[in-house]
Write a protein that binds this ligand. Sequence first.
Ligand SMILES: C[S@@+](CC[C@H](N)C(=O)[O-])C[C@H]1O[C@@H](n2cnc3c(N)ncnc32)[C@H](O)[C@@H]1O
Length: 268
Amino acid sequence: MTDIEPLINAIHQQYGYDLRDYARASLIRRLSLAMKKERLRDFNEFQDRLLHSPAFFYRLLGVLSVNVSAMFRDPDFYLALRRQVIPLLRTWPFIRIWHAGCANGEEVYSMAILLKEEGLYERSRIYATDFSELILEQAKQGIYSCKNVQTYIENYRLAGGKEDFSCYYRSDYDRVIIRNELKKNIVFAQHNLVSDGSFNEFNLILCRNVMIYFNNALKDRTLRLLHQSLCRFGVLALGKKESLNGTELGFRYDTLAENERLYRRIGW
Ligand SMILES: C[S@@+](CC[C@H](N)C(=O)[O-])C[C@H]1O[C@@H](n2cnc3c(N)ncnc32)[C@H](O)[C@@H]1O
């Protein structure tokens, strides 16, 4: 299956999700996998199912866009946030943070924990957005499998965590539930980086491991949107495989930590 154009157009028309500027090779790979998994015979059956079953479509969206995340994923990144970005955030009386492409919320709750430990949570407001409503629902609930907890604990320790990690959740059979006090300053909302605009001005924006699925045109559009949404001297955090180097906006930023993809806006 290589001609995915009709399918992509049909998704756009029926559901309003524009996947035309997603990296093609990765889209084709994921569509093929989904087709196998759902035991669909061919492309026509796939399209038919997709257009007649919104539930199937929203499930597929999760597969196409990849929702992998983890608490304190890339601990060195959080260590750099703690050491290099928190002191900058302290200089503002009120702090607005945007997680663009927040997936199931693990990145967002890691940020809430970090802010709490640094005494900044009470004067922060975190906006956590994703284009998938399904994944946002999971993010809001903040419920995770206890199978992941050992990884979270280890990541948290390596990221310079100051407390016993278990104080941030309560256990419920085979799940852990994030405590409400970490949720109170977080706003979860749907936002599509392909089609939606800027909605506030932020001191820190994280858009990590999202643009790797975009083609160059969409990466540029997204970077412009993030730039428009970042206040002067605000900080932009990208994923390990994403960089501002060589982009048209790169010269408007100082590099805070290239390995951790942390940049500070200096120019207009
Ligand atoms: C791999 S996850 C990254 C999660 C988290 N930022 C991290 O690094 O752990 C990518 C997320 O981007 C979201 N995403 C993909 N395309 C998007 C778009 N156009 N607008 C907003 N979110 C999008 C997906 O739904 C998915 O939750």
